[in-house]
Ligand binder design. Structure first.
Ligand code: URA
Ligand code: SF4
Length: 214
């Protein structure tokens, strides 16, 4: 199964956002509040891809509005980027989690490869509408969705890459307009790190690569 049969052909962002609520392209829709689609201007120059909605995003229906989103907003601000001009989305549109113990937050689970592939038609559709000049991959899941399973964020973060022409990128993106892609860590990794300040500073440095050489 994939999302392909649920994605309207040449849909606008609003049509896609409505249609994604009916997606049954993988099992992740079960036990969630809603799908969380991307958000931002249709003519955004920069398209940012995260992993999947978290607990807060699942309840509110918008990407990056929880703790990771706060880190991201700070990183954008320090890198001189304005979130309201960018299109923000996720590789996977439903929240994958373990059921919570009573009164506790539901625990995030990393989506697996089959779920990333199943959900990719939504991401492809978002790229078709937005046609960004620059792409940001936040963390390994986003990087794998955009660049294939062999990409390593730990080695290749902060390096502007030609995309989709990079060798290993998935065929789903054949025909996407050429852009420059920069990968960096996921903002949740900053929250989990022992040395948050150093991780955060590294993320800001990576994001500055979008502006070109200083
Ligand atoms: N983490 C993500 O990758 N995306 C969100 O929308 C929120 C947290
Ligand atoms: Fe569809 Fe993606 Fe949700 Fe799976 S995670 S049901 S493919 S929208």
């Amino acid at each position: 199964m994939t999302a392909a049969e649920f994605v309207p052909d040449h849909g606008s962002l609003d049509e896609l956002r409505t249609a994604v609520q009916g997606c049954r392209g993988c099992g992740l829709y079960q036990d969630t509040t809603q799908a969380v689609f991307g958000e931002g201007p249709e003519d955004a120059r920069i398209l940012v891809v995260g992993e999947q909605p978290g607990d807060v995003e699942d309840r509110r229906g918008r990407p990056f509005v929880g703790p990771a989103g706060k880190v991201l907003d700070r990183a954008f601000a320090e890198a001189g980027l304005d979130r309201t001009t960018m299109y923000l989305t996720n590789a996977v549109k439903h929240f994958k989690h373990r059921p919570a113990a009573a009164g506790k937050r539901r625990l995030h689970q990393t989506p697996d490869r089959s779920e990333i592939v199943a959900c990719r038609p939504w991401l492809v559709a978002e790229f078709e509408v937005v046609r960004p000049a620059q792409v940001v991959a936040l963390g390994a899941t986003a990087a794998k969705a955009l660049l294939g399973p062999s990409f390593r964020v730990t080695k290749q973060h902060g390096v502007p890459l030609p995309w989709p022409s990079s060798a290993d990128r998935p065929e789903d993106f054949n025909g996407a307009p050429e852009a420059v892609l920069v990968a960096t860590i996921h903002p949740s990794a900053v929250l989990r790190a022992d040395d948050r300040e150093a991780m955060f500073a590294g993320m800001v440095e990576d994001l500055k690569a979008l502006r070109g050489p200083a």
